[in-house]
Design a protein around this ligand. Structure first.
Ligand SMILES: NC(=O)c1ccc[n+]([C@@H]2O[C@H](COP(=O)([O-])OP(=O)(O)OC[C@H]3O[C@@H](n4cnc5c(N)ncnc54)[C@H](O)[C@@H]3O)[C@@H](O)[C@H]2O)c1
Length: 265
């Protein structure tokens, strides 16, 4: 029997990369998954890979919108009646030195990476608390544990996610509502975010092809990673699965680093 059999999960940023892998791994382990994103085509691709409903359903959700969160959680409640796992994964990374970081770029990353996690956690917590055992996993970054030059705005959001996670974990524990809350900190994972981060957060690389941007980052990531290669989205998804599952029943407020050894140095 799957490790998520009989459970219902909601994954944000599920149209691509790590979110897609999380949705597919949770579905593989028997969860009924609601895959949420603003990218309809990508979401359709994720759902098709899982064989469509009832294993997986797409929900259009802009995580920066409180109203959209209320609708999405309402839809999960209407259709499934329960929610056991929320994976706050949607994210945006825009590389820029501090003096070139515009207020708009700062706010756009705050809105998706930090407001999105806050809105999602607050909106879903009442439903999660009714499940009799549930988990929230917030996808932060190694850039939420240490400073990275050229990523100050992104680091600020991911550091915020790390401590938000711990505070909510302690509140939930004290309230005895059976909701565990943990963060995951990926190192360099090969996803389209590598191309987007050099192109104002969008897959619009201008004169450079996406593959050129990916190849450059792949090489740099391999050099910077003690294991000698970048991670795959599934490497993160397996950690997220553990934290969502009952195997992690004694784990809350923790930070799971999955980075090929970078943080050991
Ligand atoms: N790939 C890495 O190297 C890496 C490293 C550390 C942390 N992370 C984190 O992992 C998470 C997933 O990133 P990824 O690498 O899979 O990137 P990705 O670009 O492949 O996927 C991000 C997804 O988030 C979605 N998204 C963006 N804004 C949204 C919004 N407002 N509402 C809903 N969905 C939205 C995008 O449409 C996309 O499908 C992010 O939080 C990222 O910061 C990634």
């Amino acid at each position: 029997m799957g490790r998520m059999a009989g459970k219902v999960a909601l994954v944000t940023g599920a149209a691509s990369g790590i979110g897609r892998a999380c949705a597919l791994v949770l579905a593989r382990e028997g969860a009924r998954v609601f895959a949420a994103d603003v990218d309809d085509d990508g979401l359709a691709g994720t759902c098709a890979l899982a064989g469509g409903e009832p294993a997986m359903a797409a929900i259009r959700l802009d995580v920066t919108s409180e109203a959209a969160w209320a609708e999405a959680v309402g839809e999960v409640e209407r259709r499934a009646g329960v929610l056991h796992a929320l994976v706050n994964n949607a994210g945006l990374c825009i590389a820029a030195p501090l003096l070139e970081t515009t207020t708009e770029v700062w706010r756009r990353q705050q809105a998706v990476n930090l407001d999105g996690v806050f809105f999602g956690t607050r909106a879903a917590l009442p439903l999660l608390a009714q499940a009799g055992g549930a988990a929230i996993v917030n996808v932060s970054s190694v850039a939420g544990l240490t400073g990275v030059p050229g990523l100050s705005a992104y680091c600020a959001t991911k550091g915020g996610v790390r401590l938000f996670t711990k505070a909510v974990a302690l509140e939930c524990a004290a309230a005895r509502i059976g909701v565990r809350v943990n963060s995951v900190h990926p190192g360099a994972i090969e996803t389209p975010i590598w191309a987007k981060m050099q192109s104002d957060g969008r897959l619009d690389p201008g004169s450079n092809s996406v593959e050129d941007l990916m190849a450059g980052t792949r090489e740099a990531a391999a050099h910077a990673t003690p294991l000698g290669f970048p991670g795959a989205p599934e490497d993160i998804a397996e950690g997220v699965l553990y934290l969502c599952s009952d195997s992690a029943r004694f784990v809350t407020g923790a930070e799971l680093v999955i980075d090929g050894g970078v943080f050991a140095a």
